[in-house]
Design a protein around this ligand. Sequence first.
Ligand code: CA
Length: 634
Amino acid sequence: MKDNRAVRKWEFRFIVVLLLLVHGGVLGQGLRIDPPHWYAGMSGDSLQLILCGKGVGQGRVRLEGADGVKITNQKILSSPDYLFVDLEGIHRIKPQTCTLQLELGGKTQRIPYTFHARRTAEQTGRGVDASDLVYLIMPDRFANGDTTNDRVAGMQQTEIDRTNDIARHGGDLKGIIERLDYLQELGATTLWLNPVQENDQPRESYHGYAITDHYRIDPRLGTNQDYLALADSLKKRGMKLVMDVIHNHWGDRHHLNKNLPDSSWLHRWPAFTRTSYRASTQIDPYASSADAQLMKTGWFDTHMPDLNQEDPVLARYLIQNNIWWVEYAGLDGLRLDTYAYPNEEFVNCCVAELTRVFPLLGLVGVVWVHTVAESAYWVKGNRLNPRPQALPGVTDFPVYRAIMAGLQEAEGWDEGMRRIYYTLAQDGLYGSFPVNHYIFLDNHDVSRVYASLNGDLDRMKMAHAMLMTLRGIPQLYYGSELLMGNHAGLGATNVRQDMPGGWPGDQVNAFKRDGRTRDQNEMVDYIRRLALWRQKNGRLMKEGQLLQLVPENNLYIYFRQLPDRGIMVVVNAAQKAANMPLDRLAELLNGVQAMKEVTTESQQLLNEPWAIPGKSARIYEYQKITQLNQPGRP
Ligand code: CA
């Protein structure tokens, strides 16, 4: 009898503990709120909180201690495991921690919720512009500064294999922080990292484009604090940070995708249906609606569900997340992935709101297209889209393609250097000077520039001379300064090589001069010289008027001009030397007596003929002397 009572007593205690644990799943550790905190005095009056937890949709929330802020709406969508709470009056609240009182199942839970002070003007991002030089890093492949986070228990992908293009390699934020001297010496002013948000996917999680938690840095790259440390280290150096954000899709293992708040959050098809990736369908006046629809609502990949931004609650979630990161890390810019894919009204609202909250924020949309018209369609002030656009700049694929092809072709009516000339001749479609575009020679999705140019160092220099002086914000891709090769294969997984010297035990350390080959040092030095020159000529790069001459004999000449000074860039893509066409320049260089070549620092007088060697580029800087200062000239 006594024994049985003891057993029952233990059974009772066990059941009580079990009930507490189950209950704890509802009200304790299992409850999550997005955003995890917000900012006091944030312009824009409303805030949408998502409470996530089993059955939480049955609850009701009251707000305590947040003067001026009130709850205007609480709702559940199709899943009972979310409660959406709308707050208003946010701009009035002082920095403080208030309390959310959640009443659920007869119990009340008090949940602290903090409104932090916003950053001061000095701590806020300064924006990204044409005086900057952006350096793109794939964080998993740059440097492994912390081997203890290579494998994180509990995550879907825990293996490391540096011999496998689609495996994780172990690079992280600490590795980047430790290499900032290298990047600053190279002349980079701004880092754009491929997405660093959590990607807890079972495969190919390294590239970052299948986000599974919008508010968390992937633990294999570091913590949110590490991201803040990177942002702060950059600020201290006068450098900048751009975050890669994605509105079109997320990873299928996203915590909200595993238990969707509402069925309308995704575009659904009877069977997996891939987008056509044909952005042309959006501007094509003759497109079938099925084609246009497929591009917009087909899935980017099997594990990347297509989001329906027409759902206002999802749209709010995505925009708030962008605002949260910009304020959290004092970001200077966002790179908006797959910009042509989401709902057009949504992306415009998103850009408009970000610009309103952060007037200096540098925003660039990725529009991977082949023509200037398709590019222009998405840009503010363009002459094609009947609906006004908000986006200040795009990734300039037409100029990229023109430079790559033009540098390798013999001259034809529209081939060779003329291809670049013709591409820029269409800039009028943008409606304003497209100085906020990212211009580039490669990125993580296309062949390495050195491969595209068939391993030709001379052409590499010509390409970089144009990259550093044409209109727009130049963007380098990590490792291309080291002449990394590789044509992009399927999925471009093979152009995401490890930086030599980024991993403990690497045989070669290319971060140091003596770890690089002679050619690598020549390229690094060339980029550095131009980058440092650009830093001293920011105004010219931002405001300098572009003027170009029709190329003859594959000799391309263009100018960037301010009223009192400018540069003349000469690219001779022919094999043999070319005489400068002084007669064509007379009008443009009126008032200029001598020029200095930027890469060699040699002087060039204008009263004597001179020639440009074959396969080379020259950048001449000059000051314009007014007529009054030129005694002796008629
Ligand atoms: Ca690591």
